[in-house]
Design a binder for this molecule. Structure first.
Ligand SMILES: CC(C)(COP(=O)(O)OP(=O)(O)OC[C@H]1O[C@@H](n2cnc3c(N)ncnc32)[C@H](O)[C@@H]1OP(=O)(O)O)[C@@H](O)C(=O)NCCC(=O)NCCS
Length: 195
């Protein structure tokens, strides 16, 4: 089965909410205190997440100069099965992008979706003028850390993620966008390429 990477469109918001919440909850169960995880289950529904993505997409469409990248991995029946979101850093470090979400549906992992999403996002970030990309991952998320290291991510520090008052250890990874980006310049490398 092939997967296509493309820019998200406004009507993707509900599907992005479904993918994000299902993948987040299944991944992080056991990586945080149970109480914090249960609070997420109770409060962070696909509809809540979808409203957040709708807001991101609405802000994107209102900007003359793009500052962020939201890509969808779509299966051959047009269903979103993964997403990546990245945006320029703050004013002081606009050239270093923050990748704030990378999630692939649990049934579609290990097929190249995650790497295609990340590499295509890096290609798009270069177009925005970003030279580096960084992200934080729960330190307990060993599978994702192995994936980032496999893709050449450099561990650059440790910190904490505030999950509604519970401080969870995180690890930071960083790449040069050029190193991570899709390497050739053929039209197949634009969003819309197949993984
Ligand atoms: C982490 C995640 C995005 C990776 O996406 P994926 O589609 O499963 O990964 P891919 O199939 O693209 O893997 C790409 C390469 O990484 C390798 N890889 C994947 N996980 C690995 C691991 N834990 N250790 C070493 N290598 C790994 C694969 O073998 C593959 O190698 P190859 O290209 O040389 O064949 C996905 O598994 C996911 O959504 N996980 C749950 C959510 C999550 O943890 N997100 C990150 C939050 S910060």
């Amino acid at each position: 089965m092939t997967v296509t990477i493309r820019a998200a469109a406004p009507d993707d918001a509900p599907a992005l909410g479904e993918v994000m919440v299902a993948a987040w909850l299944s991944t992080h169960h056991g990586q945080m205190p149970d109480e914090a995880w249960r609070k997420r289950v109770a409060e962070w529904t696909p509809e809540v997440s979808a409203r957040g993505w709708a807001q991101v997409l609405s802000e994107q469409s209102g900007r003359d100069v793009p500052i962020d990248v939201l890509l969808v991995a779509e299966d051959d029946e047009g269903r979103p099965v993964g997403l990546v979101y990245a945006r320029e850093g703050d004013d002081a470090s606009a050239s270093t992008a923050e990748i704030t979400a990378l999630y692939v549906a649990s049934g579609r992992r290990g097929e190249g979706c995650g790497s295609a999403l990340l590499r295509t996002a890096a290609t798009e970030l270069i177009r925005l003028g970003c030279t580096r990309a960084r992200l934080q991952v729960l330190s307990a998320n060993l599978l994702a850390r192995g994936f980032y290291e496999h893709l050449g991510g450099r561990e650059v520090g440790q910190g904490w993620f505030d999950e509604d008052g519970q401080l969870l250890p995180v690890t930071y990874y960083e790449w040069a966008c050029e190193q991570l980006a899709v390497r050739t310049t053929s039209p197949e490398d634009q969003p819309g390429r197949s993984a």
